[in-house]
Write a protein that binds this ligand. Structure first.
Ligand code: SF4
Ligand code: SF4
Length: 720
């Protein structure tokens, strides 16, 4: 049958081992067995490494993800965020690879099973690789393969011509003896080169085969292969020459494909196998409420302390540099880059478990740091430097931008726990932790002074331990003790009082919630603070908690439930926004041109980005967004206990970088909704000598200014 109506005809097919004789087939199968054996051994070695890790408790996560997320895994959605073209390219690479892999399986089933079994039992060779099935198969493979090829070319051009800075692999903290990551870059090119060579030879092969068959009509369903055939023909290649060249090229293509299979588990290409699993197993909530230390251990000391998910994280890293690019510690010149930490740990774990890697290592002149396996090496301190670990603000931006679901923050905190256990920490941090242990606050002030700021109010604020209140205000350390912030606290109290909001506090019974204590790695102190607060709150009578401090909000909302205490809790901006929306607070339009800084623990951790903006809209302010806003906000540098540490290692503080970002907008006011932010940015505008151009104001002060009768004139427009 030689026309479109003959789609079911058995002649509409193509030979599979065209031009390859019996000896050639035997040779091919022998090489395939060797390649598969090398592949399986490499994968098994990786799996054995993950099995060293502890249980991660991700069974439910994977099950839920399989149902909910399978559609998006491989969609490039996680990669697309922030870079559409790269995401689209990954989409075509992933699905192009899947289709090519599926096509190979189908051909193997037809050629090696169906034909042989039918020959054995029916006496003739049968096949399903013809007719309509063949047409659909050919079209799918040809078109997805071409998209795959274009995507790989795009990625190569991006890496070789555009050269985004984050693909440069420069370390955040250069080791004293120097280092080289040239091999990693070579490994990237080897990976891309492999894919390109396999795809290009595949199309050349298809073109030669079509030309050798004298271009039968049904090859139009292999549109790109047909174009290649036309090109060969146009350059004078005859069908006979095409058949001869096809045999040579077939071996080239087969050798490349088998070599790629063997190379895969030992190289950067491994991420093609690990990333899908890692994305299914990733659980963002593990960063919101940190996991406990390993049983019977204060923190991570050896590979067996890691969970299998954390070991898989190390192999999943594609070195894309997104985390490196957004990390405030890296930007501030600290010796920390989340990418460096993952790569250092990966290299050390591989070296310690006898892993074989091809062009995927950092080299150093001396054999120190992440390349030294063996006894006596401390993971926290040697493999990852203590200064790097202490530089993290736990802002979670790395976790959020990682396209393959790596959870850096829980690993950093587990390593910090080891440092805390051995007493490796700076004196200011040590002092703050001592204050927290003895007084329940980091200021070292007597707990009895916690409610002193309330004395200047004209009316008594109810004690929620003595009477029922609708809202319990968990004020937090900074809003209670920092004298620069107490005015803002009093103004908020006055606004709520004047509006008739029924609220109270628990005075000295409130202690620091321990959110940042936990992120520092002081697990015992966190538990002590949490137990105290849970007991204090159990004595109080309230319907709901609101808090001034996003860190407190995170602990109460995400950490305390694991200790058996669950509360309805929200941020004061949510309460103010609700009152403004309901018209309970009567305001006039301010007309200020402002920018707003999203606190990490409010926006990124807890998704509260709209309430502060609703307030600003209600106050008639023109909000000019900074480039990094909402869940993509840039950290002020205070989180994770950084506010208790010195900044000696920084070249520029994150808060100063942020103020520079705001200054470029030409606004006059920098609005904050976190007491720590207020102090960090008030200091930053002074150190960058911008306090005559930019005023840092808590959002409460704007509400007070907009109220027809300002609560405390003189304060409403003041810088801190
Ligand atoms: S949590 Fe923030 S500071 Fe820490 S490594 Fe990640 S991006 Fe950097
Ligand atoms: S950890 Fe994630 S974001 Fe960072 S380099 Fe690796 S893959 Fe990219």
């Amino acid at each position: 049958m030689a026309g479109p109506l003959g789609l079911v005809a058995t002649q509409v097919t193509r030979p599979v081992f065209e031009g390859i004789g019996p000896a050639g087939r035997v040779l091919f199968y022998a090489a395939a067995v060797v390649a598969m054996a090398v592949f399986v051994w490499g994968v098994w070695h990786r799996v054995r490494k993950y099995r060293i890790g502890r249980e991660a408790g991700r069974g439910p996560t994977i099950r839920e993800a399989l149902v909910r997320r399978l559609g998006s895994t491989g969609s490039g959605a996680s990669v697309t965020r922030g870079n559409l073209a790269t995401g689209v390219a990954h989409f075509f690479i992933f699905w192009g690879f899947c289709v090519a892999f599926g096509a190979t399986i189908i051909l193997t089933i037809d050629t090696d099973i169906v034909r042989n079994v039918s020959r054995l039992f029916a006496g003739h060779s049968d096949s399903f690789f013809h007719g309509t099935f063949f047409i659909v198969f050919t079209f799918a493979v040809d078109t997805t393969g071409f998209a795959f090829l274009v995507a790989v070319i795009y990625m190569a051009l991006r890496r070789g011509v555009r050269r985004p800075a984050r693909l440069g692999y420069g370390r955040a903290g250069a080791p004293a003896g120097g280092y080289s990551r040239r091999e990693m870059a070579q490994g990237d090119w080897l990976f891309l080169g492999f894919l390109l060579a396999i795809l290009v030879t595949a199309y050349l092969l298809t073109g030669l085969r079509i030309l050798g068959q004298h271009m039968p009509w049904f090859t139009v369903f292999s549109p790109f292969g047909r174009v290649v055939a036309e090109m060969f023909s146009a350059t004078g290649v005859t069908p006979a020459e095409a058949v001869r060249a096809h045999t040579v090229l077939w071996w080239t293509h087969a050798t490349l494909a088998l070599a790629f299979i063997a190379y895969l588990p030992y190289s950067k290409a491994m991420h093609m196998l690990t990333d899908g699993v890692n994305l299914l197993a990733t659980d963002r909530s593990e960063t919101l409420r940190l996991p406990a230390p390993p049983p019977g251990r204060p923190g991570y000391r050896e590979i067996a302390d890691f969970t299998w998910k954390q070991l898989l994280d190390l192999d999943a890293c594609t070195k894309c540099g997104r985390c490196h690019e957004v990390c405030p510690a890296t930007a501030a010149g600290a010796p920390l880059s989340p990418r460096d930490m993952i790569l250092d740990l990966r290299q050390w774990v591989d070296a310690s478990t006898g892993g074989i890697t091809l062009l995927d290592r950092e080299r150093r002149p001396d054999d120190t740091g992440p390349v030294s396996p063996g006894t006596g090496v401390r993971i926290a301190g040697d493999v990852v430097e203590a200064d790097a670990l202490w530089s993290c603000t736990t802002c979670m931006h790395c976790v959020d931008v990682c396209p393959v679901g790596i959870e850096h923050v829980p690993t950093i905190v587990q390593l910090r726990r080891s440092l805390v256990d051995e007493g490796t920490m700076g004196p200011t941090l040590q002092q703050s932790l001592q204050n927290l242990a003895t007084q329940g606050n980091s200021f070292g002030k007597s707990g009895r002074m916690r409610g002193r700021w309330l004395r200047e109010l004209d009316w008594p604020v109810p004690d929620a331990r003595k009477q029922h209140v609708k809202y319990l205000w968990f004020v937090g350390d900074y809003a209670s003790f920092d004298e620069r912030l107490q005015d803002s606290s009093r103004i908020l109290a006055t606004i709520l009082h004047d509006t008739g909001v029924d609220f109270g506090v628990i005075y000295e019974a409130e202690h620091n919630t321990g959110n940042d204590v936990r992120r520092v790695g002081e697990e015992g102190l966190f538990e002590m603070l949490a137990e105290h607060n849970i007991a204090a709150l159990s004595e109080a009578r309230f319907d709901e908690i609101f808090t001034t401090d996003p860190h407190t909000l995170n602990a109460l909302r995400n950490e305390y439930p694991a200790l058996g205490a669950t509360y309805p809790v929200r941020h004061y901006t949510e309460l103010l926004a609700e009152l403004l929306d309901a018209g309970t607070i009567d305001v006039r339009p301010l007309g200020h041109r402002v920018t707003y800084h999203d606190p990490c623990y409010l926006a990124r951790y807890n998704g509260i980005v709209e309430a502060p903006r609703r307030i600003l809209r209600a106050l008639g302010c023109e909000l000019v967004e900074m480039p990094r806003h909402g869940v993509d906000t840039f950290c002020c540098g205070a989180g994770g206990g950084r506010i208790w540490m010195d900044d000696d290692l920084l070249t520029e503080r994150p808060s100063e970088i942020r103020i520079a970002e705001a200054l470029s907008l030409g606004v006059g006011q920098f609005v904050v909704a976190c007491p720590k932010d207020a102090t960090m940015f008030a200091d930053a505008v002074k150190t960058v000598r911008a306090d005559d151009r930019l005023v840092v104001r808590d959002i409460t002060l704007l509400v007070a200014e907009a109220i027809a009768k300002p609560a405390e004139p003189g304060l409403v427009g003041a810088n801190l």
